[in-house]
Design a binder for this molecule. Structure first.
Ligand SMILES: [Zn+2]
Length: 444
């Protein structure tokens, strides 16, 4: 018998964590933050002074009291990729477990950067495994990392293989046949697992199960960027682009077109510096060859002064602040805190969508109003999502033909859409497809 506890991320988007138990051994899949609640809790507080209990009280990390009895059985902690809602709770929670952390090289570098930012360390050993590799953690449990695509590099689907069958954990993926960096998902392996009837349980991202489409490839986002960066005249104008710092493929496209524009490319902001460094160390891209990266406030100010002096139209500025975060570089430019002036019809390109929570929506609204006051040109939503949609979900289910399914990564409004799809494919609610809540257990 395999037991699964859906610890976190089954009633909201965030703080993902799932425990899989076979006999007396447990594997933890993801250990993430609920980022909005984390920001609420950590507001006004130095990063390294936030404690586990504060986060727990603020509902910002998974409640692992649900698996209290399993604590000593935990053998491995597996963050599937480097996003904070999957890896961000590790500094606070992992030390409670005598278990090693298994992840891909980029995820490992992101984790190390998070730990360095908090000026802390953890006793857990971090072991890196490449995508499409297999690791035996005990006599009974083997972990397989299956390569997939998402909006950050080195994302994997994790298969937990036991003598009684496997659990396949696919939280955060898209099926991109034309990725800008890295390989497309390992469809061959997924089909193989399916044809061998290996998968007892599929736990999967249900975020866009209600959207009747296939999520467009990252190469479409690249073409959208090409269109606004190379197709719109920008002579004599400042051009500022902002995007997710962890979206290394997107940053690569921005650099490629920046070079075609014959502009010097500068990255301004700490998180851009952090993730691009992680990508370099993990051997994914070499940004520093083509880009000047400024991390600290004084460095950023100096660089912007230089840009003003040498000619604003000679540079492509990539800045943090795509969600309108008040302390990010873009907001500080707009508020004239960095002494860099915006002029009429300068270009500001948002290569992202607004993450729909009230804080972001309000922040972005304020930022856009201020940008409009400067009379700049705004190019919004130059973006494609990193999450699969309903027709990708259907393909995944067909490929791996799981015996049972648990929808994850959202509240009931999202998970119930995946239940609906599963029912369409012949699964039965409560028998072979399960609506879980945080802290619930399922035996298979
Ligand atoms: Zn993600």
């Amino acid at each position: 018998m395999i037991e699964v506890c859906t610890v976190g991320g089954y009633e909201e988007v965030g703080k993902n964590m799932t425990a899989v138990k076979y006999k007396d051994e447990v594997v933890l899949l993801d250990m993430g933050l609920q980022v909005d609640k984390y920001i609420n809790v950590s507001d006004e507080m130095e990063d390294n002074r936030i404690h586990f209990k504060t986060l727990l009280k603020g509902d910002a990390i998974p409640r692992d009291e649900f698996i209290k009895k399993w604590k000593k059985m935990v053998k491995a902690i597996i963050p599937t990729h480097g996003h904070l809602d999957h890896v961000g709770a590790i500094p606070y929670m992992a030390p409670k477990y005598d278990a090693e952390i298994l992840c891909t090289p980029f995820t490992s570098e992101v984790l190390k950067a998070i730990l360095a930012d908090k000026e802390t360390s953890i006793k857990n050993k971090i072991k890196t495994l490449n995508q499409d590799s297999v690791y035996k953690i005990s006599e009974n449990i083997t972990i397989e990392f299956i390569n997939t695509t998402h909006s950050t590099p080195h994302t994997i689907m994790a298969a937990v293989h036991t003598p009684e069958g496997s659990v396949l954990y696919c939280n955060d993926f898209k099926f991109d046949n034309f990725p800008v960096i890295g390989k497309k998902p390992n469809f061959k392996r997924l089909r193989e697992l399916g044809s061998r009837k290996k998968i007892k349980l599929l736990i999967m991202d249900s975020l866009y199960s209600g959207m009747a489409r296939k999520t467009p490839s990252e190469s479409i986002a690249r073409e959208m960027l090409r269109d606004v960066m190379l197709g719109v005249p920008s002579k004599d104008k400042a051009v500022i682009v902002t995007t997710f710092s962890s979206h290394i493929a997107r940053l690569k496209s921005i650099i490629d077109f920046g070079k075609k524009m014959n502009r010097k490319i500068v990255f301004l902001g700490r998180s851009l510096a952090k993730y691009t460094y992680a990508a370099e160390v993990a051997g994914i891209v070499k940004f520093s060859k083509n880009v000047e990266i400024c991390s600290y406030k004084s460095q950023i100010k100096k660089k912007l002064r230089e840009i003003e002096k040498k000619g604003r139209d000679k540079y492509l500025i990539v800045a943090t602040g795509h969600q309108g975060e008040p302390n990010a570089v873009l907001s500080r430019i707009v508020d004239n805190k960095l002494k860099f002036r915006l002029f009429k019809e300068d270009h500001v390109i948002f290569s992202c969508t607004v993450i729909p929570n009230p804080i972001n929506v309000a922040n972005r609204d304020i930022l856009e109003k201020k940008l409009k006051n400067h009379n700049v040109r705004i190019f919004k939503d130059i973006h494609q999502s990193g999450h699969a949609s309903r027709e990708d979900h259907r393909d995944l289910i067909h490929m791996v033909s799981p015996e049972q399914i648990i929808p994850a990564h959202g509240d009931i409004s999202k998970t119930s859409n995946l239940v609906d799809l599963a029912q369409e494919l012949g699964y039965e609610l409560g028998k072979t497809v399960h609506l879980m809540q945080d802290g619930k257990k399922l035996e298979i």
